[in-house]
Design a binder for this molecule. Structure first.
Ligand SMILES: Nc1ncnc2c1ncn2[C@@H]1O[C@H](COP(=O)(O)OP(=O)(O)OP(=O)(O)O)[C@@H](O)[C@H]1O
Ligand SMILES: [Mg+2]
Length: 318
C-alpha cells in the first residue's frame, strides 16, 4: 500500500444510460477522516458501494487498502467496515445477538471475545440484552458502528451514520471516529451536516455524480473565491425573492435577523444589493463565506445531469 487507504480514479456508474457517478477520483491517506458531501441523489452511496466491493463500477480503477477494487472485491469486503445509510441490523434480536450474528458472518475465530470487546468499546455492555428495535436513534447508531467494527477493519465507510441523531450522540460518535483515526483507521464518512464536515481532516464534495471540490475546509472556501455579504434591515422578508433572481447572485439565505447573499462577481452582487436598498433601508457588510455558502453556490452553478439526460432522451425521441 502506498500510504493511501483509498486510491481510485475515474470511477463511473450509470443507471438507465444516466451517469450517476461520473469519473470520480478519491484519494485518502491512511488514518485520515474524509468527509463525503453532496446533495441528495448526488452519488455518495453509489460511490461508497463501489469502494467496498458491493457494486461493480462500469469504469475506473484503483485500490482500497491496497486491494484492487475489481479483482479483490471479496477481500475488500472482509477488511472494510461499511455502515449502511439505513439501519441494517435485526430489530427483533438483542444488541448482543446482532453483534454475534455479524461476527459469524465474518467467521471470527473468538466470537464471544470479539462481541464483548465491541460491546465494551461502544459502551453497550449494560444494554447488551436490549432488543435493537427498542433502541433510540443514538443507540441504534452505536450498535451499527459496533457491528461494522467487530472484524477490526482498517477502513470504515460510513454512509450518513448520524442522520436523525441528537447533538450529544453525534458528538460522542465523532469523538469515537477521531479515536479510531488516531489508531490508524481510515474513515470515509458521508454527511449532510456542516458541523460534521468541519470535524473531518479533508472533504470531497460531489454533485450530479461529479466531484466539484476537494481539500480541507479552508482550502475549499478559499478556492471557491465566493464573496458573501451579511444584510440586515427591517424588511428582510421582502428582499429575498428579488435578490434570488438577480444576476450574479448565487445564494440567498436568511439566518435569524440577517440574510447572507453570496456570489462570485462582486460588482454584480453589489449592484443587486444597491437595487434592493433603494426600496428598503439595509445595512450591508462583507463577511466570510462558510462551507454551506460555498456548496449551495456550487450547486447553483452545476448542470443537473438528470435534466440534461431527460432533454437528450426527448431530443432523441423526436
Ligand atoms: N439501483 C439503482 N437503479 C437506478 N438508479 C439508481 C440506483 N441506485 C441509485 N440510483 C440513482 O443514482 C443516483 C445517485 O444515488 P445515490 O443513492 O448514490 O445518491 P446519494 O448521494 O447517496 O443520495 P442521498 O444523499 O439521498 O443518500 C440517484 O439519482 C438515484 O436515484
Ligand atoms: Mg446515500
Amino acid at each position: 500500500m502506498n500510504g493511501l487507504a483509498i486510491d481510485v480514479n475515474g470511477l463511473s456508474k450509470s443507471y438507465g444510460g444516466r451517469a450517476v457517478v461520473d469519473q470520480v477520483d478519491i484519494q485518502v491517506e491512511q488514518g485520515r477522516i474524509c468527509g463525503f458531501l453532496g446533495p441528495n441523489g448526488s452519488g455518495k452511496t453509489t460511490t461508497i458501494r463501489m469502494l467496498c466491493g458491493l457494486l461493480t463500477p462500469d469504469a475506473g480503477s484503483g485500490t482500497c487498502l491496497g486491494l484492487d477494487i475489481f479483482k479483490d472485491a471479496a477481500s475488500i469486503k472482509r477488511q472494510v467496515g461499511y455502515m449502511t445509510q439505513k439501519f441494517g441490523l435485526y430489530e427483533d434480536l438483542s444488541i448482543r445477538q446482532n453483534l454475534d450474528f455479524v461476527a459469524r458472518l465474518f467467521e471470527l475465530p473468538h466470537r464471544k471475545d470479539a462481541v464483548d470487546a465491541s460491546l465494551e468499546r461502544l459502551g453497550l455492555t449494560a444494554r447488551a440484552s436490549q432488543l435493537a428495535g427498542a433502541l433510540s436513534g443514538g443507540w441504534k447508531q452505536r450498535l451499527a458502528l459496533a457491528a461494522c467494527l467487530i472484524h477490526t477493519p482498517r477502513l470504515l465507510l460510513l454512509d450518513e451514520p448520524t442522520a436523525g441523531v441528537d447533538p450529544k450522540a453525534r458528538r460522542d460518535f465523532w469523538d469515537q471516529i477521531h479515536q479510531l483515526a488516531t489508531e490508524g483507521i481510515t474513515v470515509l464518512v458521508s454527511t449532510h451536516y456542516m458541523d460534521e464536515a468541519e470535524r473531518c481532516h479533508e472533504l470531497v464534495y460531489i454533485a450530479y455524480g461529479k466531484i466539484l471540490a476537494r481539500g480541507t475546509e479552508a482550502q475549499i472556501i478559499d478556492h471557491s473565491q465566493l464573496k458573501v455579504w451579511t444584510v440586515e434591515g427591517d424588511d428582510l422578508g421582502k428582499i429575498l425573492e428579488p435578490l434570488k433572481h438577480s444576476e450574479g447572485v448565487l445564494s440567498v439565505a436568511a439566518f435569524g435577523n440577517a440574510v447572507h447573499v453570496a456570489g462570485l462577481d462582486q460588482d454584480l452582487v453589489m449592484a443587486a444589493l444597491e437595487g434592493v436598498r433603494q426600496r428598503h433601508p439595509l445595512k450591508i457588510a462583507a463577511s466570510r463565506a462558510n462551507l454551506e455558502d460555498v456548496f449551495i453556490s456550487m450547486i447553483a452553478q452545476a448542470p443537473d445531469n438528470f435534466q440534461l439526460h431527460s432533454q437528450y432522451q426527448q431530443e432523441r425521441g423526436r
